[in-house]
Design a protein around this ligand. Structure first.
Ligand SMILES: Cc1ncc(COP(=O)(O)O)c(C=O)c1O
Length: 386
């Protein structure tokens, strides 16, 4: 299979970007916080968007923008997952999809299991849907993290109605095993609870870590679950607004069909075009190039941390371009990121926003050039030795 070798854009070009990663902080700060990546777009995406701009093709998203077929094909090629096209729906972004599904599957005041540390908007999204967050921390193992199945069972036995799963998990990068996902599904089924699986980092499994979609983990998983995902994280399309909601079975498809028309209408036309191009076979070589570049950076980050921040505790993620790093040994307080930004001029994501397990942690985005990553860790290392 051909691979397009990927190199991040040069810093002077990146600084011309108008997205939050490049605009939130002044130019002397190296931004490794929000989950945007620094590569040029996949050529098929550039082509479709350029053509649309030249045509002034900036109106509303049509009733069938092709997202369904593109997603079904992508899932078959990349995950050997057979998705029933009748089970695929779309909306503006992943968190919009999650909130709309939650609104249908819980009643106001119901508890929803969230596995901390986790992508911070999970907390707000549960509340936006009228739910109450029930934190069930991931269990730490010798080699990583895993779902704490006994604790989830206690939560569901105690009345929690849904589980908001992150698969692969942000910020730890955990790719959950089939055993773990299938067992989660069994527990959910026993208590008639729903599992909503956020799979936005799914295409980014590193070598040796094959991502398994929750709905494909077992027949029971398909009966209790929904998945919500988008090409936006892998292909850096977050500003364009398109995500896919997948029903595990006909009952959930009925729920998704019954959502207000507005939920689908919020899909951005550019988002739909870009997702279709991203999910097409034409973009596979770019994705393989991205995985190769991220794989290199993942190794580089481990070396850089060992050299410049030897007291940091870090396990390379199974998937994605985000690294969860415990820097508590350096005594930079509960939330080290603001001090690192002020004094080392490197913006990292704030650990405690991910839950109380994030005290003393930072999240590092390594979807950048090796040079930028090296300079960022070197700067933080200088703070450690000053
Ligand atoms: C796990 C997870 N879900 C959702 C999102 C955001 O997706 P969207 O912008 O489509 O809501 C992110 C962004 O980093 C994420 O890491």
């Amino acid at each position: 299979m051909s691979v397009i070798p990927l190199q991040a854009l040069p810093l002077d070009q990146l600084r011309q970007r108008s997205s939050t990663k490049w605009q939130k902080y002044p130019p002397e700060v190296l931004p490794l916080f929000v989950a945007e990546t620094d590569y040029a777009l996949a050529p098929a995406i550039t082509d479709v968007l350029t053509r649309a701009v030249l045509l002034g093709d900036t109106g509303y998203t049509p009733p069938d923008p092709g997202v369904r077929e593109a997603f079904v094909e992508f899932s078959r090629r990349r995950f050997a997952w057979e998705v029933d096209p009748a089970h695929v729906f779309w909306t503006g972004d992943v968190m919009m999809g999650v909130v709309e599904i939650l609104r249908r599957v819980i009643d106001p005041g119901d508890r929803v299991v969230v596995m901390t540390p986790v992508y911070p908007p999970f907390f707000d999204t549960v509340e936006e849907a009228g739910g109450v967050v029930e934190r069930v921390p991931l269990a730490r193992t010798a080699t990583g993290w895993e779902i704490d199945l006994p604790a989830v069972e206690v939560a569901l036995a105690g009345g929690a109605r849904a589980v908001l799963l992150c698969n692969p998990h942000n910020p730890t990068g955990t790719v959950h095993t089939r055993e773990s996902l299938a067992a989660l599904a069994e527990i959910a089924a026993r208590f008639d609870a729903t599992v909503i699986s956020d799979e936005i980092h799914g295409p980014l499994g590193h070598a040796g870590h094959t991502f398994l979609p929750f709905l494909d983990a077992s027949p029971t998983a398909a009966e209790v679950g929904y998945a919500v995902t988008s090409a936006s994280k892998t292909y850096n399309l977050a500003g364009l607004k398109c995500a896919v909601m997948v029903a595990g079975g006909p009952a959930q498809a009925k729920v998704l069909r019954s959502l207000p028309d507005e939920v689908e209408w919020r899909t951005g036309l550019f988002g739909a075009m870009a997702n279709v191009a991203a999910y097409s076979a034409e973009s596979d070589a770019w994705l393989d190039g991205l995985l190769a570049a991220l794989g290199e950076n993942r190794r580089l980050l481990a070396d850089l941390l060992a050299e410049h921040l030897p007291e940091a505790r870090f396990l390379p993620p199974d998937a994605g371009f985000l690294a969860w790093v415990d820097v508590s040994a350096y005594g930079w307080g509960d939330n080290p990121a603001p001090r690192i930004r002020r004094e080392a001029k490197v913006a990292l994501h704030h650990g405690p926003l991910f839950g109380e397990e994030g005290v003393g942690h930072v999240r590092i985005n390594f979807g950048c050039s090796p040079e930028l990553l090296t300079e960022a860790v070197r700067r933080v290392g200088s703070l450690a030795s000053s």
